[in-house]
Design a binder for this molecule. Sequence first.
Ligand code: HPA
Length: 272
Amino acid sequence: MSLFERANRIKEFLAEKIDYVPEAAIVLGSGLGEFSNEIQTDDVLHYKDIEGFPVSTVKGHAGKLIFGTVSGKKIVAMSGRFHLYEGYSTDDVTLPVRVFQLMGIKNYIVTNASGAVNITYRPGDLMIMNDHIGFFCPSVLTGNNDERFGTRFPSMSEAYNKDLIRIAECAAENIDINTQKGVYCYCKGPMFETPAEIRAARALGADAVGMSTVPEVVAAVHGNMRVLGISCITNMAAGILNQPLTHAEVMETGKAVEKKFSLFMKEIISLL
Ligand code: HPA
């Protein structure tokens, strides 16, 4: 079955349960799943109960699609996402965004945890993504192009929508939090990077590194969606501090900024 057919079947399954087009689809990254408590829920669907949907394997990724209201706006949130390092295909990783596209959702808001490459950043900072480096990421658009999704050679000149970046900046100001704005560099994972890789990423212009987001963003831009990316800096990247990185550290910082992140996301949604 083609990716289009898979995504379309799921869209039709969801249409039987949900009779509105959400204003935004929001992907909740590592340790940021708590935002789901802020949603006045209409319906929660576990990935395992959606035929054709992949199932998440990472600790801290719940695996459910939550439809409901935040700040008076209808949204759908993905609590738990799929990473290429788990062994999922590029089709599996981009399936949810294709479903959202076919549902007619215009705004794709993606969050993630990342390591700071920029040495002026600090764990707990929230970074508005203004671009990414995807050289190290397999292209999710390889193979025959399905014109029903988008054009063969999509522009990535403005992958992160300027209006949404402005909204995020306004939201940060309204709730009086500082944010960073920078470039996210995809690294394959699941191992953390080496100090030499981090120096290379810095030389290339990266401010943060992480193991997700870029595959989905490429599909969303291909599908003509407006993308906003918010990255939670959970740690200084490899080699900056004289200590090894752990997933526990990533989860701990994610947990510590949950409140700030939730507030920020709610304010962003209210301004959409
Ligand atoms: N590297 C890659 N991915 C990450 C990191 C990191 O330092 N922190 C959180 N996700």
